[in-house]
Structure formats: C-alpha cells, structure tokens
Design a protein around this ligand. Structure first.
Ligand code: CU1
Length: 152
C-alpha cells in the first residue's frame, strides 16, 4: 500500500511538472539585522527568471525581540510609510505588520538576537524594474533599516 502511494505521488509530481507553463525557479536571499539598527545589505536583487523568492532574515545581535526585534517587510516604495503606520497600530502581537494588507508583498515575523526566520513568496505580482523597498517594521527602525529591492 505504501509503495503504491509513493508511486502515485511521484506520478502526480511528474504530471504537475510537465504541465507547468514556465519552470519554477526558487531564488534564495539572505539578510542580517543587528543591535545597531542595521541590515547588512542596502540592496537586494532578484533575477527576472526567479518565480519564487525565499528570504531568510537572521538577527546577529544579542538583544531580545521585545527590545530589538527585526523583521523584513517588502512593499512598493510609495506604500512603505502607510504600511509602517498601519503596522504600528497592529502592534507587537502582529509583528507591527498590518494583517491582511494587500500592500504587503512579503513579510517575516519579528526575530530577536540569535534567531532567524524566512518567508517565501511568488514574483508573479512583481513588476520588472518596479520600485520596491524592504524595511523593518519594529517601531523606529525603518528610518535606518531599509533598502532597495529590485526585480528583473
Ligand atoms: Cu529592526
């Protein structure tokens, strides 16, 4: 029975792969935040052939998430301030990120010193050459913790 199930799953994934329009390509990005309100990168680039992005956020600091938490939020640059404002109202329980807000393209939870987290998102909704910014949603951090995100 177990053998039939495995065979069935293998066949199903072959069919799924064969019917896909374009090859799925997962591209991985990594960024680190620290206790000095800094990301280690001011720009992140994703090639046009990436269909999905896996962003891993690491916190190289020592301080706990309550006092020096970091997140990674991606929006169109013109949406950044409004999303930040809405996030402050959403509070710590929601990682200072507005729940269900369509302006948020991708977002991680908050992490503290020594922790890491990741988020995977599709690039289908991104415009090649579009103006995107990533930032930390923790109160007061985005003034320093932000960068440019390019696709394509
Ligand atoms: Cu932060």
């Amino acid at each position: 029975m177990r053998g039939y199930l495995a065979w069935g799953l293998a066949l199903a994934s072959l069919i799924a792969a064969g019917s896909a329009q374009a090859a799925d390509k997962l591209c991985k990005l990594e960024i680190t935040g620290n206790d000095l309100l800094q990301y280690d990168k001011t720009e992140l680039k994703v090639a046009a052939d990436c269909t999905r992005v896996e962003l891993t956020l690491k916190d190289s600091g020592q301080l706990p998430v309550q006092t020096m938490g970091h997140s990674w939020v991606l929006t169109k640059t013109p949406d950044m301030q409004a999303v930040l404002d809405a996030g402050q109202k959403a509070g710590a329980a929601n990682n200072y990120e507005p729940v269900g807000d369509k302006r948020v393209i991708a977002a991680t939870k908050l992490v503290g010193g020594g922790q890491s987290t990741s988020v995977t998102f599709a690039t289908a909704g991104l415009t090649k050459g579009g103006d995107y910014t990533y930032f930390c949603s923790f109160p007061g951090h985005a003034a320093l913790m932000k960068g440019k995100f390019s696709f394509g």
